[in-house]
Design a protein around this ligand. Sequence first.
Ligand code: SF4
Length: 508
Amino acid sequence: MSRPARHDRRRRGTEPVRLHPKPDQAFLGMPAFPDAARVALGDQQLRANLRHATHTIRAKRLNAVGEMPDWQDLRMAAAGIKDETLAHLDDYLVQFEQAATAAGATVHWAVDAEEACRIGVEIAQRHRARDVIKVKSMATQEIGLNEALEAHGIHAWETDLAELIVQLGGDTPSHFLVPAIHRNRDEIRDIFTERMGQVGRAAPDDLTSEPRRLAEAARLHLREKFLSTTVAFSGANFAIAETGTLVVVESEGNGRMCLTLPDVLVSVVGIEKLLPSFADLEVFLQVLPRSSTAERMNPYTTMWTGVSPGDGPQEVHVILIDNGRTRALADEVGRQALRCIRCSACLNVCPVYERVGGHAYGSVYPGPIGAILNPLLHGVTDEHDAQLPFASSLCGACYEACPVAIDIPSVLIDQRAAAVREKAHHRVPTAESVAMKAAAWTFGDAKRLARAQKTASLGRGVARHVGWLPGMLGGWTSSRDLPEVPRQSFRAWWSQREDTATVKALEE
Ligand code: SF4
């Protein structure tokens, strides 16, 4: 198939700087998974980058998890806390709102991405902000906040190192934890050298691809933004219903700069981020760092509860977003996906993700969790979402790695069934549905099946020479040998055997 030129150019970094990928370029309008995966599989550099990164993180995680004799108990405790929260989510949300409001925060409710963005833009406009800084946040990417701000002339600057690489490269993230996992150090040096100077402090002329030099260039570039911007946007890893506290965990300290320096802080938080009590954090602050960065504890854990007079942002907003989460919550099998703490362990162990990377999923949520979360949030009416549950070998490695024990393979199978049911509603039958109906009709009657087997036996000579199947069935034989049809079916053999036995018995 033809290579989508726009996507390819973006990965090679030859497009002019685009700091805010438009939603249609970022995620919507991307080719469906099979086509995007085929393109990714042909990119040797991408595959080498992904293989190196995922294998390194995977090995470290195994060590970090192996140190904990009670790891399975922690996993089950984390899953249990999340399930309890989801079962009483309405109560916990109201409790959170009351506690956060009492502490001086303003809580907003957004049913979808559009409403969340409108609220965020209005707050920035009220403060006449031309620039805002951002803590790495998947929720703000999910709702397209950067694009919404840009549409109103407000520049949103990413401050997480990997997000900065993605933004300066006019790129889209391809991993939860390491959004620029598809880039190697040389590519990052080129991006910094070419583009930093266009939007702020330039990278030094003699910049090398040594990690220390790259980090220093980013630090100096970002320092300017931190010190000159008064409005910040963040997400949150956890929201504590009991106290109204928000929690952000990160490794660089850039997040803490964003959360403490500006005058105004706006946090966009998915409603599934709730935890009932402060004590519940104990479990999650153990399982999250070990599963994500393979660290025993997180380098920076920032917590804030409303406004502290004279300390940190003096205006604090929380935008609680639904955006499909209540849809997922209503799904009996799929609701467990809302336990996800975005650690990315399932991405790093997935054989499909390792080979195609995050862009092929066409969503801010890639990998095994993305393959179930996207259809759960949006439904399977869209071709893009409907194909994601099939982007898996069902090997189960994701379930084994998941610190909140999400049974991703079972949800994948359930979502596949939903996608097939959705297709069956199409008024024009597809070739696949016609073939399945014909198979059901044949297998539904013993005589019909016997006749079909006889016909297949007669055609065995032709099949042996041809070796492939025509039409849509060709997809099956394109990567497999066509098995030889036996000369005699089992039924024919059995019936012949019975006849022979009867004759023998009569002769005796
Ligand atoms: S599904 Fe589990 S392993 Fe994957 S990102 Fe979410 S919490 Fe981590």
